[in-house]
Design a protein around this ligand. Structure first.
Ligand SMILES: NC(=O)c1ccc[n+]([C@@H]2O[C@H](COP(=O)([O-])OP(=O)(O)OC[C@H]3O[C@@H](n4cnc5c(N)ncnc54)[C@H](O)[C@@H]3O)[C@@H](O)[C@H]2O)c1
Length: 257
C-alpha cells in the first residue's frame, strides 16, 4: 500500500514492462508504493500494464513510455521523460530480453545473434550512459538486470542466449564495483525458466512432456512464476538491500546448485 510499502516514494523504471516478468515487476513495484515508468517497444502491452496499475486504487501510479532499449536515442528520451516528470530516478530495471528458439547453434543466423546481443547486452550499456549522470546528481541509485540461470547453468540449444545472459551477469558485477563509490548498486537476478510468452521459445515448443522435462530439472519441482521474480526484484530495489551489490541472485528453485 502506498504510504507504508517498502518502495514508497521511489521512482522506478522497468524495461519490457508490457509482458511477462516485467509486467509483474511493474505491478509489484506499484503495490509497494513506487511510481513506475513502464518502458516497452510494444505500445499496446506497455499501455495495458500502465492502465491496469492506474486503475488499481492501491497502486503508486504508472506511465507508459515507448522505448526500444537497443536504440540510444530511445533510451535517452525515456530517461529524460521520467526525470523531467519526476526530477529523478531511484531504480532502473533492465528486464527487456529476447531469445532465439531452442535450436542448434549453427542454425542461429548472424542477424539473430546481433539482435539478441543488442537487446540483452548493449541495452545495459546504453542505459548506464544515460543513468549514471542522473544517479550521480541524486547521490546514488539502483540498477537491477534480469539475467538468467542460462548464464550460469546453460541448457543446449540456447547457446547465443546463454552467452548474452552470462555477459549481463558480468556487466552487472563489473558495474557494481566501478560505481560503488557513487552509491550506485547494481545487481543481477537470474530466473529459471518461467511462465511467460518466452517459455515456448526456450523449450522449442510447448507440450506437457517439455514442461515436465524443464520442471524436473528444478529441485523444487516447478517453473518460476512472475511473482517469484517480482518479489526478488522488489527486495533488491528496496533500502532493505542497501548493502547488497554485485550479486547474481538465482531465483530458480535450486536449479543452479
Ligand atoms: N521466461 C523465462 O523463462 C525467463 C527465464 C530467465 C530469464 N528471463 C528473462 O526475463 C526477461 C523478461 O522475459 P519474459 O519471459 O517476461 O519475456 P516476455 O516476452 O514476456 O517479455 C519481454 C518484454 O520485453 C519487450 N521487449 C522486447 N524487445 C524489446 C526492446 N528492444 N525494447 C523494449 N522492450 C522490448 C517485449 O515487447 C515484452 O513486453 C528477459 O530478459 C528474459 O531473458 C526469462
Amino acid at each position: 500500500m502506498p504510504g507504508d510499502g517498502r518502495l514508497h516514494g521511489k521512482i522506478a523504471v522497468v524495461t519490457g514492462g508490457g509482458s511477462g516478468f516485467g509486467e509483474d515487476i511493474c505491478t509489484k513495484f506499484a503495490e509497494e508504493g513506487a511510481s513506475v515508468a513502464v518502458l516497452d517497444i510494444d505500445d499496446a502491452g506497455g499501455r495495458r500494464v500502465a492502465d491496469a496499475i492506474n486503475a488499481a486504487s492501491s497502486a503508486g501510479g504508472a506511465r507508459f513510455v515507448h522505448c526500444d532499449v537497443s536504440r540510444r536515442s530511445d533510451v535517452a528520451h525515456a530517461v529524460r521523460t521520467v526525470v523531467d516528470a519526476e526530477q529523478r530516478i531511484d531504480v532502473y530495471v533492465n528486464n527487456a530480453g529476447i531469445t532465439h528458439r531452442n535450436q542448434p547453434l549453427l542454425d542461429v543466423t548472424e542477424d539473430w545473434f546481433d539482435r539478441i546481443f543488442a537487446v540483452n547486452v548493449k541495452a545495459l550499456y546504453l542505459s548506464a550512459l544515460e543513468l549514471v549522470p542522473v544517479f550521480r546528481a541524486n547521490g546514488g541509485g539502483v540498477v537491477i538486470n534480469i539475467a538468467s540461470t542460462a548464464g550460469i547453468r546453460p541448457r543446449p540449444g540456447l547457446t547465443v542466449y546463454n552467452a548474452s545472459k552470462a555477459a549481463a551477469i558480468l556487466f552487472s558485477k563489473s558495474m557494481a564495483v566501478e560505481y560503488a563509490a557513487d552509491n550506485i548498486r547494481v545487481n543481477a537476478v537470474c530466473p529459471v525458466a518461467g511462465e511467460t510468452p518466452l517459455l515456448t521459445e526456450f523449450m522449442g515448443g510447448d507440450t506437457p512432456e517439455l514442461r515436465a522435462k524443464f520442471a524436473d530439472s528444478v529441485p523444487l519441482g516447478r517453473l518460476s512464476q512472475p511473482r517469484d521474480i517480482a518479489n526478488a526484484v522488489a527486495f533488491l530495489a528496496s533500502d532493505e538491500a542497501a548493502f547488497i551489490t554485485g550479486i547474481a541472485l538465482e531465483v530458480d528453485g535450486g536449479r543452479c546448485v
